[in-house]
Design a protein around this ligand. Structure first.
Ligand code: BGC
Ligand code: MN
Length: 444
């Protein structure tokens, strides 16, 4: 038996010697080498992913002016003091899973349901008002109505001023004074050019709470600008009731869904939306609030940010988007409680679903930010995790899952007010927020 075994090993060695080329030992190590390379590559990838997330987040969490958070032209890192410390010491984990509704209706279905509801309410409204469906048909198809339409407005509006200086302090105005200054705006803050047929109809949505002076200042500039641009528009002020944490994403989603019910023409919904921060004052009326083919970030150059775009995904400040595109990206995320991040999340959605954000040139898309105290930012840990999961989460978090209560819907002389209860932040987020506040107090 022993002899036989010896022979067989000898044979196999000889055979191997024949088949393996010179340097065969090195080649035998090849699989090991491959495994090593793969592990090293994965390691490098993980490290670069971590630093990417940090760079994307652009040190947004610490309080203070926007300028102190973002220094143009430099990659930003999270502040070394309180928050990096916070991440290491806090044991509370931010869990996204419990906040998502796995059984949410699909993005497409919920869009269809929203549009159908608008159509149904339009028809129901006319039937109750006129009591006669034949009348409706006549109205919508009548040649006479078509013939009465004036010509389209010129492609380049003739009465634009161009650039002008804007102060960063809020104007001291009363509402009644403002009414006389902004021209013949109709109740609900709507207007359309009397001399021609507007090429675009736009719903402007302003998320809001407790910034009255800023609001009046914005309206003072915005109404005349939109009129010079010969647009058909209506301004919606979406206000969060109460004092709990601000949720701008929910407000903007609620504003969008409510504004859909307003028809710029019979049976027509607004084709485009502009989401507008209350503190952003346009400096140049050549920056058109018209309907963009690709979602358009309009506040490219802001005084507080040294008139430079700090990073590519930024769509915060003033953002214009077609109604169908807003449905496609499933609106804003509802999970950003506190200042910052919901716009970055939208930036990722747009890049992921619609491929690109468009921007007017920096020298036109200029804005002055009115000076004000900043709202409390959302917890760093929450923001990082939300942003990292943005594109994977978007189908389960947005227009199809938004929850709010509509408390008031009323026409005021310069805007339509939509008063909303957005509820309270989830327990997990509240705990993380408190931990972060305590840490900042200790280190300050
Ligand atoms: C925030 C954004 C904000 C931007 C500019 C970022 O850090 O996440 O929400 O729009 O800074 O201030
Ligand atoms: Mn602001």
């Amino acid at each position: 038996m022993r002899v036989v075994r010896l022979r067989s090993t000898q044979i196999s060695r000889r055979t191997r010697g024949r088949w393996w080329p010179p340097g065969g030992r090195c080649l035998r190590l090849l699989p090991l080498l491959c495994i090593f390379i793969i592990i090293a590559a994965l390691g490098i990838l993980a490290i670069s992913e971590m630093s990417l997330v940090q760079r994307r987040v652009v040190s947004p969490v610490v309080g203070g002016g926007a300028a102190s958070r973002i220094m143009p032209g430099r990659v930003q890192h999270p502040p070394q003091s309180s928050h990096s410390h916070q991440i290491q010491t806090s044991n509370t984990v931010f869990k996204i899973e419990p906040l998502l509704r796995r059984n949410a209706p699909s993005v497409e279905l919920s869009a269809q349901v929203a549009i159908n509801a608008v159509r149904a309410s339009f028809i129901a409204d006319i039937i109750t008002r006129e009591g006669n469906i034949t009348w409706v048909k006549e109205q919508l198809t009548s040649k006479q109505t078509c013939q009465q339409q004036p010509d389209d407005c010129p492609k380049v509006p003739p009465k634009l001023y161009g650039a002008k200086n804007v102060s960063s302090s809020p104007l001291q105005l009363s509402e009644s004074m403002l009414r006389t200054l902004v021209g013949p705006v109709e109740m609900g803050g709507k207007w359309s050019p009397p001399e021609c047929s507007a090429r675009h109809s736009i719903a402007i949505v302003i998320p809001y709470r407790d910034r009255w002076e800023q609001l009046l200042t914005l309206l003072y500039h915005l109404h005349p600008l939109l009129q010079r641009q010969q647009l058909k528009y209506r301004i919606f002020l979406v206000e969060q009731v109460g004092n709990d944490t601000f949720n701008k994403g929910v407000l903007m989603n609620a504003g969008f869904l409510t504004a859909l019910k307003y028809n710029p023409a019979p049976g027509v919904i607004y084709h485009c939306f502009v989401f507008h921060d209350v503190d952003m004052i346009p400096e140049d009326d050549r920056n058109m609030y018209s309907c963009p083919q690709q979602p358009r970030h309009m506040s490219v150059a802001v005084n507080e940010l040294d008139y430079k775009l700090p990073y590519r995904q930024l769509v915060g400040g003033v953002f214009a988007i077609k109604t169908e595109h807003f449905f496609k990206v499933n609106g804003y995320s509802n999970l950003y409680w506190g200042w910052g991040g919901e716009d970055d999340d939208m930036g990722y959605r747009v890049e992921h679903v619609l491929s690109a954000i468009s921007r007017p040139p920096e020298w036109i898309a200029r804005y002055t930010m009115i000076k004000h105290k900043k709202r409390k930012p959302l917890a760093w840990k929450v923001k990082v995790k939300l942003l990292r999961t943005s594109w994977r989460r978007y189908r389960l978090d947005g227009l199809n899952t938004v929850q709010y209560q509509l408390l008031e819907l009323k026409d005021y002389p310069l805007y339509t007010r939509i008063l909303i209860d957005v509820g309270h932040p989830p327990h997990n987020i509240r705990v993380l927020q408190q931990e972060q506040d305590e840490q900042s107090k200790k280190t300050d």
